[in-house]
Design a protein around this ligand. Sequence first.
Ligand code: BG6
Length: 479
Amino acid sequence: TETGSLSIVVLGASGDLAKKKTFPALFNLYRQGFLHPDEVCILGYARTKISDDELRNRIRGYLPHGKGASNDQAEDVSKFLQLIKYVSGSYDSEEGFHSLDKEISAHELSKHTAEGSSRRLFYFALPPSVYPSVCKMIKNCCMNKSDCGGWTRIVVEKPFGKDLESAEQLSTQIGELFDEPQIYRIDHYLGKELVQNLLVLRFANRFFLPLWNRDNIDNVQIVFREDFGTDGRGGYFDQYGIIRDIIQNHLLQVLCLVAMEKPVSLKPEHIRDEKVKVLQSVIPLKDEEVVLGQYDGYTEDPTVPDNSNTPTFATMVLRIHNERWEGVPFILKAGKALNSRKAEIRVQFKDVPGQKQGRNEFVIRLQPSEAMYMKLTVKQPGLEMSTIQSELDLSYGQRYQGFPIPEAYERLILDTIRGDQQHFVRRDELKAAWEIFTPLLHRIDRGEVKSVSYKPGSRGPVEADQLLERAGYVQTHGY
Ligand code: BG6
């Protein structure tokens, strides 16, 4: 492990993402000893003029504290908050970034990094419109200048553009200032425990190796459901819609891990090479294999135009044109304001000839209550000879008591410090992902593909269930 000073700069420090995700993740890392007070300083940066203490107080509310928190925790919170300082400035003037650099340099000096490297991590909890100017400011004012090594890295959040062209433009702008190994494009789904388990599961188990192909698998579903609407985020959401918000990134990343070939090694570049190949093998989407929905009441949000066609729900079939997957539908489904909150992968196997009981299914539940279970046919216990469908169930809460599951952001931020890019999206991956959806997105934006309405709290439009059936999915029993 590297030593020397570590400066973590959270840009957009007073925003929602920083408060709800970034700072709590940093706190958890601190609490587990991954951020050493001897090395680390955390600098918040934003436009609002507030003091260090004001920022600390804003953050405090999002950390475990007060009722239910132990004394130890309260002490940890205070110590953690002491590591945080605040600098205010705009996102497009050098003045603020010079002050930021001064703070970082002072921290580096105080840690006597003449003998150690200086590490500078910039976390963008910002709207993407300011990415290019912020990158320029960092490049001009805040790069690591130590002679003893170290690095400067940036962590950026989606949305990376709105379509192929804008994403490529953004990539080029950032790429002119930073090299790919310095750029960490976060997709927090890649930090989820069961997503990280996918490659192990697929490539370390004889159960799966010979079955994971078109000869045995009938269809694959990757599903995201939320039981709340766009609450308070309507203005943002309406610009993007569910495909850009969830499917083009989170679900597609999961699809890559489910469908990719075995990488040459577990090196990040080898894994990402295989993911790109899957994306490049996806054939153009067909209109009759896409259902879009918008929940009733969505446009009542004052920040959403009355005539918005933006989908809050989508089900679509992706088809991968290669030897392993030819003919197997990959059904991606995502919706807001549905009847439950759940994300899961459902691999449905082909029928066993003559067997009426129901198909084998292998389900990986990403959240809530992480679990993997296999639906299979067994003899019903008892004197009669009849069969039922049952489950082999690995529920993490039961099986791994005492192994707390880390938050996605916690794990990913640690990766950025360690310099491991495996769970981050590479530029060519991003491009290939946009290539798949851009034609459809443009047609939706022009109003040529319409969203049908559905009731909030429902399963979504019936048309989606019909599409699933057409794609060959058969409802099984149990859960
Ligand atoms: C974000 C989306 O990327 O993921 C949100 O912008 C969504 O709309 C969220 O609610 C879901 O994340 P999780 O981890 O709760 O499934």
